[in-house]
Design a protein around this ligand. Structure first.
Ligand code: PLP
Ligand SMILES: N[C@@H](CCOP(=O)(O)O)C(=O)O
Length: 463
């Protein structure tokens, strides 16, 4: 399979080259030239499959001949062996046809592990094969960073640099990153927002001349196609276990960079019968405003109780626009020429988006109320991001006849302060493998919001 840029002017790439790159040379994001589609019969046959086998069936068509079946199976086996639940992504019922898809049983307690455990194994395999050493550079609002570090720390051919907004991630999230003291891991706490971190990463991919010895950058953020691809799997997994393809299924997704919900959109394009995809936002509601009022105008960032979603520039919205604008790269390039400017979608495009996307905004107060209410109703403890998805689902779902799956993107133990506001007396223990988290020595470099300074630090570290 070949992969093409959403801006239409970069050369197409193989699967391997797409994985080992970041942005396309024209500034766009890579997407597959065409999507594999599964028939109702094929989807029906997925019910009851082990998670790894299902992942193999979904991912193999994208990989094509770049990996043998045995190689891909081995990578998938290694990717999911450190998940603490035998189902990998278990479903828990919390109300009439309301289900929580628990995506936090991986090593760093967030949904990012699904793709980043896989990506780490994939990098290791491909780089060893090529005999190449690369520099991974990523931006995080809290969860991608630790999952990427956990996925890559054992890769001999990788040095990894993660930028996070200084003092804007939870203490658990920060320690999960800065407590890793491996020689190939570098944490940068940037005096800025996640959007600043992400801009720096994108600017560094565009001009990599600051790297020594002809080294090159590889992406771990969801600009990397493999991230999205691995996340498609759990939509199929949940849906077939709830009756698809013979039943329609709906998903509510706490949304920031639009990667997770975009994977759901692709699952639908690949044949999964999904009626509603709910974009659940916190007060940083640019995507909700876009879907509800055609108002995609950036506003100052608000620091919320769901910090991982404190994002104004959602990278993967570009991939959706490419599809909605009939894969017209020039139209996308024109629309996104200035991401800080307000954007309006054509009426036709907005109508197409609204066929499947619904949206809702949940502020901090409502987030806290939802954590409390759901706990009182069902003794189920939500993290603040998941609470936003649950509340949004309850507000916009069309009926309780069809299952509504709320993606639980993080374990509540990552956000004890937010949970304590809802349930002050409730203790949330960290899992056994993280019991010593608060005793671990930390290492990070605090840097001003200045691209040249960050690149200088990286070049010196790579020495
Ligand atoms: C816990 C959590 N929930 C939701 C999101 C939003 O996911 P996405 O950025 O893929 O929209 C993130 C970060 O991205 C996250 O870390
Ligand atoms: N919420 C994310 C932000 C980065 O998103 P990504 O999916 O593009 O890596 C985080 O936790 O870092």
């Amino acid at each position: 399979m070949r992969f093409i840029s959403t801006r239409g002017r970069a050369p197409s790439l193989s699967f391997t080259d797409t994985v080992l790159t970041g942005l396309a040379t024209d500034g766009g994001l890579y997407v597959p030239e065409s999507l594999p589609e599964f028939s109702a019969e094929e989807i029906r046959a997925m019910a009851g499959l082990d998670y790894r086998e299902l992942a193999f069936r979904i991912i193999q068509p994208f990989v094509g001949d770049d990996l043998s079946d045995d190689e891909l199976r081995d990578i998938l086996e290694r990717s999911y062996r450190h998940f603490r639940h035998s189902a990998v992504a278990p479903l828990v019922q919390t109300d009439t046809n309301e289900w929580i898809l628990e995506l936090f049983h991986g090593p760093t307690l967030a949904f990012k592990d699904f793709a980043l455990q896989f990506l780490g194994q994939l990098f290791d395999h491909l780089l060893k094969k090529r005999g190449e050493r690369v520099v991974v550079m990523g931006a995080t609002s809290g969860d991608t960073g630790s999952a990427a570090i956990e996925g890559c720390r054992h890769c001999d051919n990788i040095d990894i640099f993660i930028l996070h907004p200084h003092n804007r991630v939870s203490e658990v999230q920060r320690r999960q990153m800065t407590g890793v003291l491996s020689d190939n891991v570098f944490n940068i706490a940037l005096d800025g927002s996640f959007d600043d971190c992400q801009n720096m990463v994108k600017a560094s991919f565009a001009d990599q001349s600051f790297l020594p010895d002809g080294r090159r950058l590889v992406a771990v953020n969801s600009i990397n196609w493999a991230r999205i691809m691995a996340q498609i799997v759990y939509y199929f997994y949940a849906a077939v276990n709830l009756g698809a393809p013979d039943k329609m299924v709906n998903f509510s997704v706490p949304t920031g960079n639009f990667g997770d919900i975009f994977a759901g959109y692709l699952a639908r394009q690949m044949g999964l019968p999904i009626d509603q995809l709910v974009i659940a936002t916190n007060a940083n509601d640019i995507l909700h405003r876009c879907i509800s009022d055609n108002d995609h105008s950036p506003r100052p960032l608000v620091h919320s109780l769901s910090p991982s979603m404190d994002i104004m520039v959602s990278s993967n919205f570009e991939r959706l626009l490419f599809d909605l604008y009939d894969r017209d790269g020039a139209a996308v390039a024109e629309l996104l020429a200035d991401r800080s400017a307000p954007m309006q979608l054509d009426d036709r495009v907005l109508a197409k988006a609204r066929e499947v996307f619904y949206s809702y905004r949940v502020d901090d107060q409502r987030t806290v109320e939802t954590i409390r209410r759901v706990f009182e109703e069902s003794e189920y403890l939500l993290d603040p991001h998941t609470a936003i998805g649950v509340e949004a689902a309850r507000k916009v779902r069309k009926s309780t006849e069809q299952p509504m799956v709320c993606l639980s993107t993080a374990h509540p133990a990552k956000f004890p302060d937010a949970v304590a506001r809802a349930l002050p007396t409730r203790e949330i223990p960290l899992p056994a493998h993280m019991q010593d988290l608060f005793q671990r020595e930390e290492r990070m470099k605090v840097l001003p919001n200045d691209l040249a300074g960050v690149q200088r630090f990286m070049a010196e570290a790579l020495g």
